[in-house]
Design a protein around this ligand. Sequence first.
Ligand code: SF4
Length: 553
Amino acid sequence: MALDSTPATKPAARPRKARGEGQWALGHREPLNPNERIKKDDNPLNVRARIENIYAHTGFAGIDPQDLRGRFRWWGLYTQRKAGIDGGRTAILEPHELEDEYFMLRVRIDGGALNLAQLRTIAEISTEFGRDTADITDRQNIQLHWIRVEDMPEIWRRLDAVGLQTTEACGDCPRIVLGSPVAGVSTEEVIDPTPAIDEILKRYIGDPRYSNLPRKFKSSLSWLADTPYQVNDISFLGVQHPVHGPGFDLWVGGGLSTNPRLAERLGVWVPLDEIPDVWEAVVSIYRDYGYRRLRTRARLKFLLADWGVAKFREILEKEYLGRALVDGPSAELPEKPIDHIGVHKQRDGKNYVGAAPVVGRSSGKQLSAVADLAEAHGSDRVRLTPYQKLLVLDVADDQVESLVTGLQGVGLEARPSAWRRGTMACTGIEYCKLAIVETKARGEELVARLEERLRDFDADISIHINGCPNACARTQVADIGLKGMLVMNAQGEQVEGFQVHLGGGLGMAQGQTAGFGRKLRGLKATAEELPVYVERLARNYLAGRSDGESFAD
Ligand code: SF4
């Protein structure tokens, strides 16, 4: 028989020290993970001087690894994936084994607004330094590839000269501010919020006080609901207040990736001139109270989930603004997402023309051709959209058809098929070190096949192709969201494929209740069978739809 040595009463357990989430405001200043250490050791904004003065001369081999894989991002630079490494090895290899000596460079285009001098500069940089690559992203940036560190001083010189920047285009800092591609010209817009975007840029971007956040911080500021405002850390959306008039409805805490969460309204109305201050206060809350222990729990959405809307608003008002905000109504949302494709009237009687490349893929040559076409048709303004598309503004009535034809001649359709219009793809395995599968080429193949087989498909449909669970192309908010992964084919071999999320949306097509697509465990398609799979879904919809039923329904 075993002797029972358990004492009759257990000694009282020693109180355990609260673990903490690394919140600065609660005194957790010591870095709790390697990324926090890198940021604490040296402000990442300082790395531009080292690139210009040191690394541009030493070349890739001379770059400090902490700068290379950490701080470079604050200047829009990511090392690019080495060609030929399959997705099965993404999670196994060390970072240095995955990367080659070239960079992806993200040019920040807040509000998606470019004049022709800026567009031409990006086009020239692409052709001279980036092997003619230029992808329009779903955050209104342009990404170039094949960039060498040696060329960065000259690239920045050219960008600076036309008022463009790569400052905080990536990294744990305030990224690009999304804006309406038709800000200032829309017939439906009541206030053009561009001055507030400009003010945020001028005051806070590149400011060391806000350059060390727990993770990235995404912003959107638009009168119209034509940006994906529900999936940003902060969004201001136009709204009419019954007493105070036009202003903005404040949303916080949205984000996708592996723990998706839609933003929530704080229930306040913010006038245009107060937006920069309120934006700064929310960023400051995030900087001070955001979780820095685990990067997977660091986005603002986790803090909001723990605090709730009431506490968030109280801290914002009492600790940061020192005043109460005005209660506000929610904005009216349109029936369906607005992508601005096609020809539309501006408020001044001119027109804007929205045209679609395929899955955001462009090139320096194409962008240069767009600049020439815009100029020849009397325009000096181009806008990029959060749907990987492009607009030419200020076109007179008698110039429209000639411009539409010209754009078509360079591969941009102003009257695209539903497939080209609704399909987006992230960077994927061609350049992204986190990718598991190819995305852009698959997207091009998918669009081509569906245009051939279902050219007259007449419903709105969104297909978002992502190379991994990070959801850069918004997997969860598409009619058909595709998450890249390895799957088994019929022969039992592991091949590239996708988990399918069905029926997600951004709150318009579904009676104004935004929602995530259902991830159906068994619903997976190999990359090879994807076109057939999507075609089958589309044909089933066509065969079974009732009057007025959208694909999302
Ligand atoms: Fe890369 Fe994944 Fe983002 Fe695509 S979703 S760009 S593969 S991190």
